[in-house]
Each structure stands twice: as C-alpha cells, then as structure tokens.
Design a protein around this ligand. Sequence first.
Ligand code: OAD
Length: 250
Amino acid sequence: MGDTSLGITDALVSVLRDARSVAVLTGSGISAESGVPTFRDAQTGLWSRYEPQELATPEAFERDPALVWEWYEWRRRLVREARPNPGHLALARLERRVPSFTLATQNVDGLHRRAGSENVLELHGNIVRSKCSVEGFEAEPRAGDESVPPLCPNCGAFLRPDVVWFGEALPEDAFVSASAAARTCEVFLSVGTSSLVYPAAALPSEAARSGAVLVEINPDDTPLTPHVDYALRGRAGEVLPALVRALDVS
Ligand code: OAD
C-alpha cells in the first residue's frame, strides 16, 4: 500500500513498479536535507544572500576572479562536509530496480554518486573539479600553488570551478543524453527543483510530450505543478524513501 498522506497512491506505485524506463531530474532541494543550501528558497537560498551576477557568470570571474574562487571554495567545503541523505539513497535503490534509469541533476555537489547512483548526468558540472579558464580542460592546482585562483599547470591561466555559469552552455553530451532519456522514459520524476532554470526545466515537458507519467516531489508549488500527474508534497528525504519502500511491499 502506498502512503496516501504523502500523495503516494496505489496507482502511482503500480505505474512506477511496472516502468521499464525512468528518468529523474533533481535540483538543489534534494540536497537541502544534507545541509547544502538551495538557491531560491526565501530565507535560506544562496540567491537570497548573494547576487548571482557577481558570483556565477563568466563576467564576474573576469572582474574579480579571487572573489568568485573564494565563494566556490566556501561551497566546496560545505559539500565536502555533507553526506548523502535518505532522498539520494532512495534514488540509488530505485536505479537498481529499473531496467533503464537515468538521473540528470542540476546539482554540482556530487552527492548522487556518493549515494551509489551510477547513471548520473551532471548538467551543471561538479564543484569539486576545476578546469582551466582559458583552455577549458579539467585541471587541478599544482601542489603548493598559493595563488588565488590557482594557476593552470599547463598554460598558467587561472583555474576556475568546473561548473556551468549563467550565460554558458551545458555540457553537450550530458544534455543530449538527458533529453533522450526524457523522450523515452515511461515515468519522469522532478525532484527538489524550482523548474525555473532552462534548459534543464524543459526536460519534464519533453517527457510529457512523449507520453511519460510526470511526478513532482517538492514541498512547494512550482511552474511545473499544474502539468504533473502526481504532485507529492513533502521533502525529498521523506517522500522518496516512502515511494521506494512502497514498491518493495506492494
Ligand atoms: P532552487 O533553489 O531554484 O529550487 C529549490 C527547490 O527545492 C524549490 O522548489 C524548493 O521548494 C525545493 N525544496 C526545498 N527543500 C526541499 C526538500 N527538502 N525536498 C524537496 N524539495 C525541496 O534550486 P534549483 O531548482 O536546483 O544553477 O536551481 C536550478 C539552478 O539555478 C541551479 O542549478 C543553479 C541555480 O542558479 C546555476 O548555478 C547555473
């Protein structure tokens, strides 16, 4: 039996249990319970305290590379201290049940892989990695480099975090694979995202156009909510484990 108090009905459990292909899009909300701040939540979101144009654009990095590097270093520390929560772990368990499973994430924190998820597409990069700001290749600072930002060991330009900034393109391979998964899945889960940032926010509509059942897991309404088949109101760390548990017992 599904947990109807969370909106997990028997119909939803049955659709998910029978699905041969599932695609998932996650956003910062799934990592909130691991202590990693979201972006747009009114009190706690990063963009309520910081200005994205001053920290998360190529122009900001050109203007003040040290400020941008230090801000990302602070976020890296938060991510290193964080642990995957029951929401991340439930998605890793779901992957093991479903023959074709794709997890596209807008998160740069690496927590899905640390929870055991395998087919993960990082649409906005990964904060733990760095890359050369000129050559674009992944690179790590040389030991003992005290420059801020550190310098590319190959060409001497500044290193930058390997994340997607506003105005930049998403990694093409990851986005093409995520779109393909959205167009071919039977069930699409949108978890912990405000559904405001494109092109990731277009993935659920692609899935719906191809006939997928759309499920949203979020404590609040988003622009996607009117279009979903099931809106599960609650925290990902509570709803996802209950959903996966319901598959086991039914
Ligand atoms: P947002 O901060 O825009 O949205 C977070 C969503 O998570 C909101 O809809 C919350 O209601 C929801 N939420 C909060 N706590 C939750 C919980 N415990 N369980 C489930 N949901 C919860 O974050 P994103 O949608 O990830 O991009 O933002 C998308 C992109 O905008 C980010 O990748 C980042 C940001 O600017 C770049 O930096 C390029």
